[in-house]
Design a protein around this ligand. Sequence first.
Ligand SMILES: Cc1ncc(COP(=O)(O)O)c(C=O)c1O
Length: 381
Amino acid sequence: MAAQKIGFYGHVRQYHDLKAELDGAIQSVLESGTYVLGPRVKQFEEELARYCNQREAVGVNSGTDALWLVFLALGFGPGDEIITTSNTFFATAEAIWLVGATPVFVDIDPKTRNIDPKLIEAAIGPRTKAIVPVHLYGQPADMRAVVGIAKKHHLRMIEDCAQALGARGADFAIGELSDAVCTSFIIQKNLGCFGDGGAVITDNPEIATAVRTLRNHGSLKRSHHRLGYNSRLDEIHAATLSVKLKHLDRWSDRRIAIARQYDAALAGSSLQLPSTHPGDRVVFHLYVVETDERDALQSWLDAEGITALTHYPIAIHQQQGFPWGRPARISGSLGHTERSAARVLSLPMYPELTDAEVSRVIETIVAWDKTQVRAAAPAAR
Ligand SMILES: Cc1ncc(COP(=O)(O)O)c(C=O)c1O
C-alpha cells in the first residue's frame, strides 16, 4: 500500500480539531447581522494587543496592508528610503514601493537568514527614514542590535512579523523596541483566519489612530478627513481569530518540538539546518534547510509523497516586478541572500503533523542524504 501523502499545510486538520468552536463562532456572526468592523473585531483587537503586551492592535485586510498603512501613517513617500532585506516575501518591499518610497536591501546573516545588523549603517543615507526587520521563518531578527542603529540615526523601526506571531527574543519582546509590528493572518500563518487578514500592533496611539482612519476611507466618525482605503477586517475572521489565539502558544510549542526532532535527527547530515540564538523563542513558521542539491532533495521527497516548498527561491532584487522604473537600492553585496535563495527548502512544519509523519520525513531525508555521501565519496579503486 502506498504511504499516505504528507502535505505542506495543516489548516484543514486545525479546522477539524476546533470545528465545534469555530463553527459556533462563525454561526454567531451570521446571526448577528454585523459582518465588518463590529464587536468581534474590537474584541479580537483587544485580545491581540494584550497578547503582544502593546496598547493597541488594528485589524486590516492583510499583512501587506498592515505594512502599507503603517508606512502611510508615518508619512513615508516618494524620495524616502526604507532599509530591509531582499530575503523575504515580496510584500515587504511591495508595501515600500506602494507608498512611493524606495527599498534599500542589505544582506542577511547567512546563519539566521535575517537582516545582518552589521551591514545596516553602511546603507543609511540622507533619505533613509526607517528600518524594517523581518522575523523570517518565525525567527526574531536581532532587534537589540538594530534598535541601537535606528536610535543613533533617528530612524523609525517597523517589524514585519507576518511569520512570527508568538516569537520573542532572549531579551526583548516583539513590539517592545519598535514603532509598530505588522502581521498577517492569511490561512497558512501561525495564526491564520479563513482568508486574508492582518493587523498593526503598536504602543503608539497616534499610529493606531492613523491606521484606523486609513483602513476605513480616511474616516473615523463618518467624516472623511484624509484619503484612505478600504482595508477593514471582517467579523467572521475576527471571531475565528479570537478562538485560535487561545491556542497559539500551544501550537508554537508543538512547532518547536517538531523543529527539535528535525534538528536532532538531521544534525549529522549534509544539510545546513536553522541556526537560532540561544534563548530566543523561535516559532518555526517554516523549518528551512539549505543544500546545493535543493531541487534533487525536493524531487526525492515529492516522489515519496512528501511536499516541501521553497521560501523564497528568487530574492526580491532578482524578481522582474520592479515597479514604475523605481528599482530598489542595493547596499553592498547580496551574496548571502542570493546563495540562500538558491539553496532553501522548507520541510513540512505545522502543529498538526503527527510524530509518525515527522519520523517519515526524517527517514526519507536520511535515505536521500546517504545517496549524497555515496555520490561525494571518491570512486573505489
Ligand atoms: C514576511 C511577510 N511579509 C508580509 C506578508 C504579507 O502578508 P499578506 O499575505 O497577509 O498580505 C507575508 C505573507 O504573506 C510575509 O510572509
